[in-house]
Design a protein around this ligand. Structure first.
Ligand code: HEM
Length: 281
């Protein structure tokens, strides 16, 4: 994780956070773990979150989720201030957002700090989990490791491998891509449900009809109108979907990158609208 946090620092601010060099992450991993565990249940009881936030001046901060807008936000804000005073890669995320600021001043430094705090939280643990899955599964499968080495050697010998490797190059290596898809299928970095709001009018999912949410509105003496929205949500977890034999076949538990390749295309949902192993939509 410290390595991937440093990578996030480099792509976001043109500067690794220095955790690898120091051999210490300054407790950030523990904070991240606590914060994510807190967010994963709080997202289903948002009334509890609202209540906690209101009572916080009296009871103090009990929710690690608040680090998202506290510790991680401050961390990102400091990095943004430091980045403004320092030259860096004009392609890093911070400088691209600073460029947008010129045309859209409403994107202020606070907004950018929130976006960067999201990157630190959302971009490090996920990439670390996925990279470790790739390495672990390849080490357990010498046949796949050898096939990947062959692909690398082939690219190297015909001059299609730069050092460091370019994104466009790596993206065009079929076996490397298949290895990454397959590792993320077996060890999806985000295990929680990825919820979506049911649209107005309801939603048919297979044989199930899911009604839309309800909104209650009433008048009270202190405010003119109070509206409470009970939104219906549906969601799925990649850990379940990625191991359904009807989709993937009887070898669902096996690490077999070939299932993603043109030569086979069995259980390949990579081009489908329904599936994306990262589920970034
Ligand atoms: C293999 C690597 C990654 C995986 C598996 C992954 C997976 C995910 C998933 C599943 C979501 C939730 C999407 C949803 O609710 O529909 C998400 C959100 C997000 N990801 Fe990634 N991600 C990865 C890498 C990154 C990186 C490198 C960055 C940034 C540098 C990033 C930034 C974000 C942000 C900003 C969000 C939105 C978070 C929020 O709603 O607060 N992710 N990611």
């Amino acid at each position: 994780l410290p390595l991937l946090l440093d990578v996030i620092g480099a792509i976001s601010f043109s500067r690794p956070f220095g955790f690898i060099e120091a051999g210490d992450d300054g407790g950030i991993f523990k904070r991240m773990q606590n914060s994510l565990s807190s967010i994963s249940w709080l997202m289903y009881v948002d009334w509890f979150y609202s209540l906690h936030q209101r009572l916080m001046p009296v009871i103090g901060n009990w929710l690690a989720a608040n680090d998202r807008n506290g510790h991680f936000f401050n961390f990102a804000r400091q990095e943004i201030t430091a980045r403004k005073d320092r030259a860096g890669d004009t392609k890093d995320m911070a400088s691209q957002l600073f460029a947008v600021q010129h045309t859209k001043p409403e994107l202020d430094d606070t907004n950018i700090a929130f976006m960067m705090a999201s990157n630190v939280l959302a971009g490090s643990d996920t990439t670390s989990t996925s990279a470790r899955a790739v390495i672990y599964l390849l080490l357990k499968s010498p046949r796949c490791l050898q096939r990947l080495f062959n692909e690398i050697e082939e690219r190297k010998s015909d001059g299609r491998l730069s050092y460091p490797v370019k994104f466009q190059e790596a993206e065009s290596w079929p076996y490397l891509q298949a290895v990454m898809y397959e590792a993320m299928r077996l060890y999806p970095a985000v295990g929680r449900n990825l919820d979506r709001d049911v649209p107005a009018g309801g939603l048919q999912i297979g044989d199930h009809w899911v009604p839309e949410g309800v909104s209650l509105s009433f008048h009270c003496s202190c405010t003119s109108k109070v509206m409470i929205l009970f939104q219906t949500m549906v969601g799925s977890t990649a850990w379940a979907i990625h191991r359904i034999p009807e989709i993937w076949g009887p070898d669902v538990e096996d690490f077999r990158p070939e299932r993603w390749l043109d030569e086979e295309k069995v259980g390949d949902l990579s081009e489908s609208d329904l599936y994306d192993p990262i589920q970034h939509r």
